[in-house]
Design a protein around this ligand. Structure first.
Ligand code: NDP
Length: 264
């Protein structure tokens, strides 16, 4: 029986147990997946308990960076860990958000490499998405409400600061939109050419259509939310923790199972 879990704070909305449950069923393995919703003060104690009792765990907001001093090795390559595998008593950290995002983004995207992509946000998710898109060959521009927070992202990833350039795709990596009425496009002071956008992607999946996606759909863009990304990063985490190799068909099949359960 595999024992996995999710570490985070204020994460009662999470769909992770459902997604990992679907993956365990598909793989025919017995597994338990528990949520560890933990305050900052109890972080160290909770991580110690998780390390002792689990085969591995996922990490979500706001602990993807804070977890690093509490594990033995960081193999994330981006300074943000969302997956920890316990191997021989050693806790090794990975990041599967980038591969989950790219798999989801590429499924419906007919952009050619080299086209401009605008990423909104400068938090952990934005950093991983920018790095992944740069590695995939896109010309990435980034914008954040707070300019100071953008600087380290630009330095670490080599992305350019957005100064009003048009873009074929726009990706919301901010947490703005979790509440109805919030729209990250409102923080753009430069004029943004919405009509040039072919594809708009929001990492947020609840609500399923944010005001950002509504506005971009009305401007003529194809739109997608982050539910597939959630599924794909979770399946990649299971591959690492359970030590299995899955095919593209396996990924699609697990996603189909999850979508059936959530009624999509
Ligand atoms: P962080 O808290 O690290 O970063 C939040 C970002 O949102 C910052 O850039 C912040 O800007 C910006 N922001 C917050 N409020 C506003 C606002 N009102 N207007 C404009 N910008 C705003 O979060 P993460 O990077 O970890 O996550 C970002 C989002 O991505 C979350 O919604 C998360 O749920 C989602 N996510 C989804 C995943 C999936 O699998 N679908 C995986 C990972 C993340 P500032 O610096 O100015 O405060």
């Amino acid at each position: 029986m595999y024992k996995l879990g999710l570490l985070g704070s204020g994460i009662s909305y999470t769909l992770s147990p459902l997604v990992h449950g679907a993956a365990f069923d598909y793989l025919g393995v017995e597994g338990a997946y528990d949520v560890f919703d933990t305050s900052n003060e109890k972080l160290e104690e909770t991580v110690r308990r998780m390390r002792e009792s689990l085969d591995g765990f996922n990490v979500t907001k706001p602990y993807k960076e804070m977890i690093i001093p509490l594990i033995d090795e960081d193999k994330s390559g981006c300074g943000a860990v969302n997956t920890v595998a316990m191997t021989g008593g050693k806790a090794v950290g990975y990041n599967t958000d980038g591969s989950g995002f790219l798999r989801s983004f590429n499924e419906d995207c007919d952009l050619t490499f080299g086209e401009n992509v605008l990423v909104l946000g400068a938090g952990g998710a934005a950093k991983v998405v920018v790095k992944t898109l740069k590695d995939a060959g896109f010309a990435v521009y980034a914008h954040n409400r707070t300019a100071d927070r953008l600087k380290p992202l630009l330095q670490e990833t080599g992305a350019r600061e957005w100064r009003g350039e048009s873009a074929a795709a726009i990706i919301n990596c901010t947490s703005c939109g979790l509440k109805n009425g919030d729209n990250p496009l409102s923080s753009l002071v430069e004029k943004f050419d919405k009509k040039s956008v072919k594809y708009a992607y929001d990492l947020i999946y609840s609500p399923p259509e944010t005001d950002f996606l509504k506005e971009m759909r009305a401007a003529g863009a194809r739109t997608k939310n982050g539910l597939d990304m959630l599924v794909y990063q979770a399946v990649k985490a299971d591959e690492i923790i359970l030590g299995v190799n899955l095919t593209d068909a396996d990924y699609r099949e697990i996603k189909r199972l999850v979508m059936r359960i959530v009624g999509k």
